[in-house]
Design a protein around this ligand. Structure first.
Ligand SMILES: Nc1ncnc2c1ncn2[C@@H]1O[C@H](COP(=O)(O)OP(=O)(O)OP(=O)(O)O)[C@@H](O)[C@H]1O
Length: 938
């Protein structure tokens, strides 16, 4: 724990750079106060004059009573006049520093001044108050243990003596590399309480060298240092082993004196010269320190006093100096010297820090406690292990119960699946029995199954499965797993029905678009051309999109025929899709040409355009119907609501004074902001109207665009559903030629995440076997991550790959990798294509990956540091291990970066993802479907 340092006047404080990690240091200047005593009886008797005055708490002024001239003033941290009590001096000048010792910070308080100026008088009071406060603090902090030790010494004639052990004789000073200067054999007494301490201090005083001078009856002839060591730590039961330790030095210096003033001779003269010499060293040290440590050598070693006080002078301590002064004019020179010393002292900076140490005693106790605890644990091992075993057993039991429950559920599901399979087998055998003409006609016979069997009473064929409406994925999945040909035919028809509805919807949209555009005939040539083009495209679309309604589900259905028919329709679907794209492009052009014309600065042209193309939405009443259409992405948006409200006829007009002062006419505007209406004067805000019309038209076209996009996506979805059906037909055909009913895949119901993992593993394996483009693998892998809606895509991909793999095995030389472009290619060419793709990706390594990323990948993928074509080596290692899922994941990440699959920011719609083996960036549409048809050779 690190305690905050005691408060210090902010003017004196600044943070030190943290040089000692873990221990806070604080730079702080010495706190300097001046105390001016009253005139002594002796001075009064001599009619001495008062030469000093404390003008405020910080300023002392010299006023020469004999001269009228101006006075010199000195400013310090605190100045105490003759009426100030010692308590006040303690409270305001030294208490804060003194009590730092309780928080682990060394502190020193000393009094400096000429002889008889009041040093001893002041220090005595300060010591008393400090002791009182220290014990008060100890009382208020019972959670801490405090240990106080006291030692005392005097330096008399440059000899150090122990004031608590008078018989010890002169003591030596030793230099300790860690502790600094120490006084050898100095007795340290453990203090019992405050009285004990007071008593010890009084003993010291009694031992101190005192002599009578002409200035002071009891003049201190030595420097006295009382050192109080304070150790504190948290009490026994605490886990904290850290303790504070610090010392408080209470220093009463001997007074500087002038022999002429003290009338000293003999012993006193000798004492005086020693005193003055050591005080001179102290002054030199202070002066040097005051101009900064860079000023060079600091002469600490020139006196014992400065050696001992070294840490307090610019070192690890907080220091307060009280400079005592006589107010007498007769001592003016000495007083000025004192103030000069004080002025230097206030510039000296100390660096105090909290002194912490690890209490060995506490550490030992804590370790002993820990050992005892461990021993106790060791002594009763059975207890702990048995309770652990019980917990483990309970956990195991719960697991077993859970597994049993799962087994029961699995059994139930298996029985259900088996009974379903039985039904399937019976059905299949019956169908097989109808056809004896070989594999292909077998399929035809299968497909000749009556479509609406339930509707035919008296039918001999049992119908066990209810015919669901063909709607969402769940129904589709059910149909996928069933592989019932009649269901397939039924589903194909349902899809067609949906497709037809979609077509109708598209036609309606296009018609409205047509009307809309017809009502907005633009004036410019370019726009007119655009419109003409758009109209012809729309016309084309209507032709293309008219999917024959006449095809009715006949008495019998043939899957082969169905596929042929689907295949022929496919062209029209692809055409529809392309046309939708053309319409979109035209709309884009229309918008841009309209914007260009609207931005024209020519007001006349604007007006002309406005007149000829009033973009009034009232011209297209059906547009709201489109927007409200359940298929429209705008159907529920707040935008539509605003749009409707914004454009309807205003409820009432509000009079607004016109700002156009040129005609001073009054103008009426709609109560709705921005919707103009004709004013009584007939003036129209043309620009405003143009802007409004432009916004409305743009909004309209945006809605249509969104709607066209949605149509495209829905067409794409239908395509996938169809693809899935075709795959089923293929599978059925293959099964029909090679297997009997027993070979129909028995699927145990599994949770989707497991199915997903399984299918994805298979797909990865097929990709590898079929040398599929690694860009395709990456895109598919990253797009389909196990969402339940991914089922259909995985199903299609898996079926296609299964079929392709079989197909390759049969042909021995087909090309799965180039399915989109070369349906009849060879394995060799697909390998070649893959190689080219890798070379292409290798070229992107430098531009798409940073040098750092490259280096990291080279290391990770173990590409030798020297060697040619490191980039190609890296790419060649991608997607090479289908068994290692981490390898697959990492390969996908790298390829995605190389092709910018992730960074493009574009939303890659799953529905729009084409299951052909080319990049989705390739603009070709529906190649996947064409490919399947081609492979079917239909
Ligand atoms: N602030 C004060 N108010 C009243 N009397 C004071 C004050 N300061 C000092 N005295 C008196 O002045 C006399 C000299 O004081 P003191 O002995 O403390 O001086 P000193 O600086 O320690 O002298 P020396 O250096 O010679 O030891 C004492 O009689 C003391 O009582």
């Amino acid at each position: 724990m690190i305690d905050r340092l005691p408060a210090t006047p902010s003017s004196k404080m600044r943070r030190a750079p943290s040089s000692t990690p873990g221990v806070p240091r604080q730079e702080e200047k010495i706190f300097v106060t001046v105390r001016l005593r009253p005139l002594s009886r002796r001075e009064q008797a001599l009619y001495d004059l008062i030469a000093w005055e404390c003008t405020d708490d910080n300023t002392i002024v010299y006023k020469n009573p004999n001269q009228e001239r101006g006075a010199a003033s000195y400013v310090f941290d605190k100045v105490f006049g003759p009426t100030s009590s010692t308590y006040m001096v303690y409270e305001e000048g030294t208490k804060d520093v003194a009590l730092s010792v309780l928080k682990g910070i060394n502190s020193t308080i000393f009094a400096y001044g000429q002889t008889s100026s009041g040093k001893t008088y002041t220090m005595r009071g300060i010591t008393e108050n400090a002791i009182k406060d220290i014990y008060e603090h100890i009382k208020e902090n019972p959670e801490r243990d405090f240990v106080l030790k006291v030692s005392a010494l005097e330096i008399y004639n440059e000899t150090v003596a122990d004031l608590l052990n008078h018989d010890s004789g002169p003591l030596r000073l030793l230099d300790d590399p860690e502790k600094g200067t120490i006084v050898e054999k100095l007795v340290e007494v453990v203090v019992k309480d405050s009285q004990h301490l007071q008593h010890l201090i009084s003993l010291c005083e009694a031992q101190r060298q005192i002599g009578e001078t002409s200035l002071n009856d009891k003049s201190s002839r030595s420097h006295q240092i009382i050192r109080l060591m304070v150790e504190s730590s948290l009490r026994e039961n605490s886990e904290c082993v850290k303790s504070f330790i610090a010392s408080l030095n209470l220093v009463d210096l001997a007074g500087s004196e002038r022999a002429c003033q003290t009338n000293a001779g003999g012993t006193r003269l000798k004492e005086g010269s020693h005193i003055n010499r050591s005080l001179l060293t102290l002054t030199n040290v202070i002066r040097k320190l005051s101009v900064g440590r860079r000023s060079g050598h600091i002469p600490y070693r020139d006196s014992k006093l400065t050696r001992i006080l070294q840490p307090s002078l610019g070192g690890n301590a907080r220091t307060a100096i009280i400079c005592t002064m006589s107010p007498a004019l007769s001592h003016i020179e000495q007083s000025k010297n004192t103030l000069s010393f004080a002025t230097s002292a206030k510039e000296v900076t100390n660096t105090a820090q909290v002194n912490m140490f690890i209490s060995e005693k506490k550490l030992v106790k804590r370790l002993q406690k820990e050992v005892a605890r461990l021993e106790a644990e060791l002594r009763s091992p059975d207890l702990s292990s048995s309770s652990r075993l019980t917990t483990l057993l309970r956990e195991k039991e719960m697991k077993i119960q859970e597994m049993e429950r799962e087994m029961r559920e699995l059994k139930r599901q298996r029985d259900l699946a088996q009974s379903q399979l039985e039904v399937e087998r019976t059905q299949h055998k019956e169908l097989k029995g109808l056809n004896q003409d070989g594999p292909s006609s077998q399929v035809v016979r299968c497909l000749s199954f009556p479509v609406e069997m339930e509707a035919r009473p008296g039918s001999s064929t049992p119908v066990t499965r209810p015919r669901n409406a063909f709607g969402g994925h769940s129904t589709l999945r059910q149909s996928v797993t069933s592989t019932d040909p009649s269901m397939l035919v039924h589903e194909i028809r349902k899809i067609e029905e949906r497709q037809r509805q979609l077509g109708e919807e598209a036609n309606r949209a296009i018609e409205i678009l047509h009307k809309e555009i017809a009502s907005h005939r633009l004036g410019s040539q370019e726009a007119a051309e655009n419109i003409a083009k758009l109209l012809s495209e729309i016309k084309d679309m209507k032709v293309v999109n008219s999917i024959p309604e006449g095809i009715k589900i006949g008495e019998t259905a043939n899957l082969q025929e169905e596929i042929l028919r689907l295949n022929s329709q496919e062209n029209s679907i692809a055409l529809l899709e392309r046309k939708l794209e053309c319409v979109q492009e035209s709309i884009d052009k229309l918008v841009s040409s309209f914007q260009a014309s609207a931005e024209s600065p020519d007001d006349k042209t604007q007006l002309k355009k406005k007149r000829s193309h009033p973009f009034s939405l009232s011209n297209s009443p059906n547009i709201q119907q489109i927007i409200r259409s359940p298929c429209s992405p705008m159907s529920s948006s707040r935008k539509v609501m605003d749009f409707e409200t914004e454009n309807k006829a205003p409820d009432g007009n509000v009079y607004v004074p016109s700002s156009e002062k040129n005609n001073g006419s009054k103008k009426y505007v709609s109560s709705r902001e921005g919707t103009p209406t004709l004013g009584k004067s007939g003036s129209v805000n043309v620009k405003k109207m143009q802007k409004m019309f432009k916004n409305a038209a743009e909004e309209n076209i945006r809605s249509i665009k969104a709607y066209v996009t949605e149509l495209k996506e829905r067409v794409a979805k239908l395509q996938y559903q169809k693809q899935l059906l075709v795959c089923q037909v293929l599978e059925l055909e293959t099964n029909g030629t090679t297997m009997d009913g027993a070979d129909i895949v028995e699927q145990s119901p599994q949770p989707w995440p497991l199915i997903f993992e399984e299918q994805r593993k298979q797909i990865i394996m097929f990709w590898h076997l079929c040398h599929v483009s690694i860009v395709h693998r990456t895109q598919f892998y990253l797009l389909f991550r196990g969402d339940p809606s991914d089922q259909i895509y995985l199903e299609v991909e898996l079926r296609r790959l299964t079929w392709l793999e079989q197909h390759l095995a049969e042909l021995g030389n087909a090309s799965p990798a180039l399915l989109g472009d070369e349906p009849a290619g060879s394995v060799t060419s697909s390998i070649k294509a893959l190689k080219q793709e890798r070379e292409y990706l290798a070229k992107r390594v430098s531009s798409k990956l940073s040098a750092e990323e490259r280096d990291m990948l080279y290391v990770k993928w173990e590409i030798p540091p020297v060697g040619k074509q490191r980039r190609l080596q890296l790419v060649n290692r991608l997607w090479t291990d289908p068994y290692n899922l981490q390898h697959v994941e990492e390969s996908a990440e790298i390829v995605a970066k190389l092709v910018g699959f992730c960074e493009s920011g574009e939303h890659v719609s799953k529905e729009m993802f084409q299951l052909n083996f080319v990049s989705p960036n390739d603009k070709k549409s529906w190649l996947g479907w064409n490919l399947i048809s081609n492979l079917l050779h239909l």
